[in-house]
Write a protein that binds this ligand. Structure first.
Ligand SMILES: Nc1nc2c(ncn2[C@@H]2O[C@H](COP(=O)(O)OP(=O)(O)OP(=O)(O)O)[C@@H](O)[C@H]2O)c(=O)[nH]1
Length: 374
């Protein structure tokens, strides 16, 4: 018989779960920023409110419809980067992200300090998807967060623009490549369902024949003689490959404008936590242990060779070896590790002050600091 009383359960405080990191990616214009704003406001409207910790990683965005806690634009001036390195817009964004990545350990420290008070950490990524998904910086940032906190990738899809079978297929192949690159729990977020419901996409994902049917009836899939075109045959075979891929992911439909489906999105995020813990984490730990073993072996090998060289040097020149002593007085004070230049805006004054998002970029006015919500 259980002896647990109501009082017992009320006094025992369950251990706080680690916050879950949501990395939002998507093609330009898919609605990432609007989606981040919507999930941000959904979390604020919960009872009790669950304000997330938001990071903006897009250095080129003029205005964001939410207030990030950490903003890449506070650290790197994208226009200056373009000027100084003589780069175009995409090179500028990539270089700005690379520069920011060199300070990402500080970002992680700030995020980890908040781990006890927040349930969600949200990352909004640059508009040009490949800058994040196919760059070294994107991989470093993703690996860094995923190795310290449960992480899920939310792939935002512009549903009205993906109703053609060929576009749908391309989008799914892109999602597939990101899934296999990051190996993280993955949620397909069919956005803008207020304009175009996403039922067709779910049907195509679950019923291979329905997709082939749509393919056969879509214009451009047969040639003048009514024979399937090369593209059509290719897509048919691809859809067979994708069948396996669909089983590894969750799909939800949302409208970032009306807020429809946002609750279902968070249900999917919660389910991803288990997937992260049971699938991703053990693999990560195995890879980490193997890397550490390799590193240790390499270190030992270098050390052995160094000691051998030193012994030879000392034997050849015993006088110089005698004078070769470390003098702490000579040490320069060039350690700049303490320099903190990542700004956590959560600490700022003027809580609740109205923010005019239409005003000039803050880089033009260095003294301007954004007010924070309560
Ligand atoms: N109808 C409708 N429009 C949406 C929705 N989500 C975003 N939009 C619109 O889609 C356009 C692009 O949205 P953004 O949030 O700027 O998209 P983004 O992916 O951040 O774009 P980038 O700035 O290129 O990264 C805007 O005009 C939004 O108002 C939605 O759920 N429904």
């Amino acid at each position: 018989m259980s002896t647990t009383t109501a009082q017992d359960t009320s006094t025992s405080t369950p251990e706080k779960k680690k916050p879950i990191v949501i990395i939002t990616i998507g093609m330009a214009g898919a609605g990432k920023s609007t989606f981040v704003q919507q999930i941000n406001s959904y979390l604020h409207s919960q009872n009790p409110p669950k304000p997330p910790y938001v990071l903006n990683l897009d250095p080129a965005v003029a205005n964001v419809p939410f207030e990030p806690n950490i903003d890449i634009r506070d650290t790197v001036n994208y226009h200056e980067v373009m000027k100084q390195y003589n780069l175009g817009p995409n090179g500028g964004i990539l270089t700005a992200l690379n520069l920011f990545t060199t300070k990402f350990d500080q970002v992680l420290d700030l995020v980890e300090k908040r781990a006890d008070t927040v349930d969600y950490v949200i990352l909004d990524t640059p508009g040009q998807i490949e800058i994040f998904t196919w760059s070294a910086s994107g991989a470093i940032i993703t690996d860094a967060v995923a190795s310290s906190l449960p992480t899920v990738v939310a792939y935002i899809i512009d549903t009205p623009r993906t109703t053609a079978p060929a576009t749908f297929m391309s989008n799914m192949l892109y999602a597939c490549s990101i899934l296999y690159k990051t190996k993280l729990p993955f949620i397909l977020v069919f956005n803008k369902t207020d304009v175009q419901p996403h039922d067709f996409a779910i049907e195509w994902m679950h019923d291979f024949e329905k997709f082939q049917d749509a393919l056969a009836h879509h214009s451009g899939t047969t040639d003048d003689e009514g024979e399937p075109t090369y593209m059509n045959s290719l897509m048919n075979s691809m859809s067979l490959v994708l069948d396996e891929f669909y089983q590894h992911l969750t799909a939800v439909g949302v409208s970032s404008v009306t807020g429809d489906g946002i609750k279902e999105f968070f249900d999917a995020v919660e389910a991803s936590r288990t997937e992260y813990e049971t699938e991703y984490l053990p693999e990560l730990q195995q890879a980490k242990a193997a890397r550490e073993q390799q590193l240790q072996a390499a270190k030992e090998d270098s050390m052995n060779r160094l000691m051998k060289d030193l012994a030879v040097d000392r034997a050849r020149n015993p006088e110089a070896a005698e004078q070769d002593r470390w003098d702490p007085e000579e040490e320069g004070d060039d350690d700049d590790d303490d320099e903190i230049n990542i700004i956590d805006r959560s600490e700022e004054p003027w809580p609740g002050q109205y923010v005019d998002l239409t005003r000039a970029r803050r880089q033009e006015d260095e003294a301007f600091a954004w007010p924070r919500p309560v």
